[in-house]
Write a protein that binds this ligand. Structure first.
Ligand SMILES: [Fe+2]
Length: 244
């Protein structure tokens, strides 16, 4: 089964991820060293800062540079599938251009949710994306929102929708002091146990220093706690979702 990094900022010079070709090159080689075969490139898309056309133009220019690096390499580097990390905005559910930001030629959209209490509006938009726009929604780094949800009702309603989620690999690395699991790690383990068929892993890598490709470390954490089966389940669900 192909190992997929589902969430990366590896394309050069398009967002706060890789700053240039040399950084992208280092990241691609590191992904390869960790056994990654397919990388989903998901630069940030902010509707209040850019048009879909402008974003796609920039992404295509950045992709050309990354493909050039792949061609010039002495070994075969992971392939790159284009996508976007689309930040939620009010009304996104009815925004007709959103499907253009899906991954590759799928109807799968990586959606970054608000880092605040989710509201009825958020719920309606996510529902519209799924039911009206017929998209398969993957909520980006699901472990980063729960602490903002003082009222869990909307969270529960959204989790009941037929959607997928993505967790950052780094969150499976237990950073708890005195070897006690920290809260985020425990959330991730529980979440993976509850949603084994709809969960995808990404490094959310931005560079080689403080947010490097780290799928390998995250997978080691999962394997140590839940065994190889959990990894196999994730790999199978990701391959199925992307049609790999
Ligand atoms: Fe990201």
């Amino acid at each position: 089964m192909n190992l997929v990094d589902f969430h990366t900022h590896i394309l050069p010079g398009i967002d706060d991820g890789s700053q240039d070709e040399s950084m992208t090159r280092d990241m691609l080689f590191e992904e390869k060293r960790q056994g990654v075969v397919d990388i989903v490139a998901t630069p940030h898309f902010y509707a209040n800062q850019m048009s879909v056309d402008g974003f796609l133009e920039n992404r295509s220019a950045a992709l050309k540079k990354a493909e050039q690096i792949r061609r010039e390499a002495d070994e075969s580097l992971p392939s790159i599938i284009t996508g976007a990390e689309v930040y939620y905005f009010s009304g996104i559910g009815r925004a007709e251009e959103i499907p253009r930001l899906c991954i590759g030629d799928t109807r799968v959209l990586l959606l970054e949710m608000p880092f605040e209490q989710w509201t009825d509006d958020v719920l309606r938009d996510v529902k519209d994306l799924i039911r009206k726009q017929k998209l398969t929604i993957v909520l980006a780094h699901i472990e980063r929102y729960y602490r903002f949800q003082k009222d869990m009702d909307i969270w529960d309603c959204i989790m009941d929708l037929p959607l997928h989620t993505q967790i950052n690999a780094g969150s499976f690395v237990n950073k708890g002091r005195f070897l006690r699991p920290d809260r985020r790690w425990q959330f991730c383990i529980d979440f993976l146990n509850d949603h084994p068929d709809t969960l995808h892993m990404g490094s959310d890598c931005h560079n080689m220093v403080n947010r490097p490709p780290n799928l390998e470390k995250g997978r080691e954490g999962i394997k140590a706690k839940l065994g190889q089966e959990a990894l196999d389940c994730i790999d199978a669900s990701t391959a199925k979702l992307l049609g790999l």
